[in-house]
Design a binder for this molecule. Structure first.
Ligand SMILES: C[S@@+](CC[C@H](N)C(=O)[O-])C[C@H]1O[C@@H](n2cnc3c(N)ncnc32)[C@H](O)[C@@H]1O
Length: 230
């Protein structure tokens, strides 16, 4: 239910039905709050621990040579998946300071592989996109600084087949439903699709349902990550 400015003014002019207006507002708030709770519940009902996910996918809990990773990053998982796949072609959406980027590049360097990352340009913010990527890894990396809807088709033109992808940018339902099929179609058979924060909405669930895919879901420090093997 949408509470518009017009309807708010309409109710404000009618003190006799303020209670009705209050009910409408409460319902709208409830709807907004309930949606994420629902997708969180779905994730919780399917989630395993990160250790179990790693055991299932790479046969051990693994290690990552990149030091000082923050708790919120999936760097350990991403590095080990890239190593397990012996990946040489990876696309990720969403870089920020570049923790996931650095983990991917550390693995790709072992095979002279390549990572293409996308992120929106943001010259006025305190964070430099990819500032954690050291100089010696830069040669394996290409950053396209545009929103996904422009950058992803470009990335896929440059790298039409991929071994792995990591979706960690636009967290809206529409953003995910735009990018997921593009990435999935480019993924080679046996490749691995990873999406972070899948409890934001039902996009990951719907994508898997629509294609009849069986995802793995793991609880991370605060959220849920979804993984699909093609
Ligand atoms: C959670 S951060 C990425 C973190 C990174 N993957 C890591 O693990 O270190 C999300 C990033 O997505 C970017 N982003 C958000 N919406 C986007 C869009 N529509 N297109 C491209 N990038 C977007 C933000 O600028 C931000 O840097």
């Amino acid at each position: 239910m949408k509470i518009s400015l017009k309807s708010t003014l309409w109710y404000l002019a009618r003190p006799g039905i303020y209670a009705e207006y209050l009910k409408k507002v409460l319902l709208a708030v409830k709807k907004r709050v309930m949606k994420p709770v629902g997708s969180g519940q779905w994730c919780r009902s399917k989630a395993m621990s990160m250790d179990d996910l790693m055991l299932k996918l790479v046969g051990g809990v693994g290690a990552c040579p990149v030091e000082n990773l923050s708790e919120s990053t999936n760097g350990l998982l991403l590095y080990n998946l890239a190593e397990h796949l012996q990946a040489t072609r990876i696309i990720e959406t969403g870089v920020a300071r570049g923790e996931s980027t650095r983990c991917f590049l550390t693995s790709l360097k072992n095979r002279n592989g390549k990572l293409i990352s996308t992120d929106i340009p943001r010259p006025d913010l305190w964070v430099d996109t990819g500032c954690l990527v050291p100089d010696d890894l830069a040669e394996y990396w290409q950053l396209i600084e545009q929103p996904d809807r422009k950058a992803l088709p470009k990335a896929l033109e440059l790298m039409p087949k991929i071994d792995m992808c990591y979706y960690d940018s636009d967290k809206s339902y529409g953003g995910r439903m735009f990018a997921y099929p593009l990435l999935w179609n480019a993924l080679r058979r046996g490749g691995i699709f990873v999406s972070d924060d899948i409890d934001d909405n039902f996009a990951f669930r719907d994508f898997c349902k629509n294609l009849g895919l069986q995802p793995f879901i793991a609880k991370t420090a605060a959220r849920f990550v979804g993984v699909i093997r093609k």
